[in-house]
Design a protein around this ligand. Structure first.
Ligand code: AMP
Length: 553
């Protein structure tokens, strides 16, 4: 017997329609690429998204054409999210920090039919255009006044001209909820980038799930500033979840340095933000150096790579900001787990609570997790056993765009299909998952694993260390030995021996790094994470002290 409930598709266009109807006067503020501040509301955004949908139809963009974007976090990018997906096409957000050859590969692989780009990327698009035979329309996300003279981009169109020519009389089509709405490429360490293709259904469910109180806890009383780019897994879904909840949205444009974020947060009364640890390092350094306070900021979502415990302490103790340590990946839309307390944790003392918060947290309903040993068998959730982390759920991918890389899924003992994340983790009896490493970053010494994340977390707890990365260096006897590569805080002094002394006693003896290398800065990936791949390349001629004859700890 079937239930007698309406069968309504879950569609991205319903999110903006909901925001218009129930939160129409709630603001969307942007720091624009042209300079200055732009403010309007969900009602106006919805009207402009409908005009844009008409413009796309006039350009011949149809379902399921792909529309590429090279753009920062701003209101026009927000409109594109809804106009492209809402009309049945697929929004393909491209990371402009990738190498031009990678961008060309991605845009061609996706078969982008149109490319929308911010003013900051005119020179990049001029360079790319000859390599993009499939792109029929180039649209500058600005007005005529900002159109660059003598630009070589073929048939360049202006976003505001397109909108001006259209009416907002557009009815969002009732699409199949399983149809594609967004595409985001993820770069592995080997091979070409792979496309993750989101569906309307998965996107709306992710927006639901990620707004829950034990997830990002979003509401119509929040002012949310995504400090994660809209080209990095859809700014972790915030442009969708903010529309769903009716939160005020503050889009910071291209400037994500500590000073810019601080000024924006204070000016707009931001209560919630989200980003990778490197972004928050910049904000904390700016606050400290200038003895500043945060007056409205309440919750910071930190993910994308492990949040160092020292960062959690600093936010909570010095600035009264609650840290939500979150874990996910492009293939998961991206949210998998968030670290929030259970009732029993509230009775714990501060130190015990920090021990909980260092974990990547519990799954949100909709994501299931398991850990698997080398023999492919599911491991117990006892907080000690660690293995490859597998996930499943309605917003987890079941394969890459165009079948790239083959079938990634693995079956369990019952035949259920799981996506292997490439992370190594423990899960405790309360369901809290903790990542010990990305499997390719694990340091293997004498047949045992050393957690690079744990070494890094302790190193950055040293008052003079700003950022640190632990990597394995080949060793003739032990296979690999760990070293710590560290950046000092501005004006701070610390020696190799000081840092090794700080680590001693905090970790097992055989985990002790063989060396500390100080560098002016660490390399970061296009999404702001420490790039261990580049770091290993940079240190390819490095030799461990024992091998060079120097004294070894
Ligand atoms: P991406 O798809 O580029 O967002 O990268 C996803 C990967 O980032 C995950 O598989 C993890 O290796 C890493 N990651 C994300 N969040 C965290 C976190 N909170 N702690 C540790 N690693 C994380």
């Amino acid at each position: 017997m079937q239930g007698l409930m309406m069968d309504m598709p879950l569609l991205v266009s319903d999110l903006i329609r909901q925001a218009d109807r129930h939160h129409g006067v709630t603001s969307i503020v942007s720091r624009t690429v042209e300079g200055g501040r732009h403010e309007y509301n969900y009602r106006a955004a919805h009207a402009r998204a409908r005009r844009l949908a008409n413009a796309l139809a006039r350009l011949g963009v149809r379902a399921p054409d792909r529309v590429g974007t090279l753009a920062w976090n701003g209101y026009r990018h927000f409109e594109l999210y809804y106009a492209v997906a809402g009309s049945g096409a697929v929004i393909h957000t491209i990371n402009p920090r990738l190498f031009p050859e990678q961008i060309a590969y991605i845009a061609n692989h996706a078969e982008d039919r149109a490319l929308f780009f911010d003013l900051s990327f005119v020179a990049l698009v001029e360079k790319l255009a000859p390599q993009l035979p499939g792109v029929k329309h180039y649209v500058l996300m600005s007005d005529r006044a900002h159109r660059p003279p003598n630009c070589s981009i073929p048939n360049l169109l202006c976003y505001e001209d397109l909108l001006e020519a259209e009416s907002d009389d557009y009815v969002w089509p009732r699409l199949d909820e399983r149809s594609a709405c967004g595409l985001c490429y993820t770069s592995g360490t080997t091979g070409n980038p792979k496309g993750v293709l989101y569906a309307h259904r998965s996107t709306v469910l992710h927006a639901y799930g990620s707004s829950l109180p034990d997830a990002l806890n979003l509401s119509a009383r929040d002012v949310v500033a995504p400090a994660v780019a809209m080209f990095h897994v859809n700014a972790w879904g915030l442009p969708y979840s903010c529309a769903l909840t009716g939160a005020k949205l503050v889009l910071p444009g291209a400037a994500l340095d500590g000073k810019s974020l601080y000024e924006l947060f204070e000016a707009e009364g931001v209560t919630v933000s989200a980003g990778v640890p490197t972004i928050w390092l910049g904000l904390l350094q700016h606050l400290k150096a200038n003895r500043l306070r945060l007056s409205s900021f309440k919750r910071v979502v930190i993910g994308g790579s492990a949040c160092p415990p020292a960062m959690i302490r600093s936010f909570e103790e010095e600035y009264g900001v609650q840290v939500l340590h979150a874990w996910g990946m492009t293939e998961m839309s991206p949210l998998g787990s968030v670290c929030t307390f259970r009732a029993k944790h509230l009775a714990l003392d501060r130190e015990e609570r920090y021990a909980v918060q260092n974990k990547q947290g519990r799954t949100i309903f909709g994501v299931d997790m398991r850990i698997v040993g080398g023999d492919g068998k599911t491991l117990p959730h006892d907080g000690n056993a660690f293995g490859d982390l597998h996930v499943r759920g309605p917003w987890v991918t079941n394969g890459y765009f165009k079948g790239e890389g083959g079938d990634p899924l693995r079956s369990d003992e019952s035949g259920a299909q799981w996506f292997p994340t490439g992370d190594v983790a423990t899960i405790d009896a309360d369901g809290y998952m903790q990542i010990t490493d990305r499997s390719k970053d694990v340091i293997k010494s004498g047949g045992e694993w050393i957690s690079s994340i744990e070494l890094e977390n302790i190193a950055v707890a040293h008052p003079a260390i700003a950022e640190a990365a632990a990597i394995g260096i080949a060793h003739p006897k032990w296979d690999e030995r760990p070293i710590v590569v560290a950046v000092k805080k501005p004006g701070a002094e610390v020696s190799r021996e000081d840092l090794l002394g700080f680590l001693e006693g905090r970790i097992a003896k055989w985990w002790m790094p063989d060396d500390v290398v100080f560098v002016a800065e660490l390399p970061h990936t296009a999404t702001g994470k420490i790039s261990k791949l580049t770091l290993r390349e940079q240190l390819k001629d490095y030799r461990l002290p024992a091998e060079t004859g120097a004294a070894r700890k």
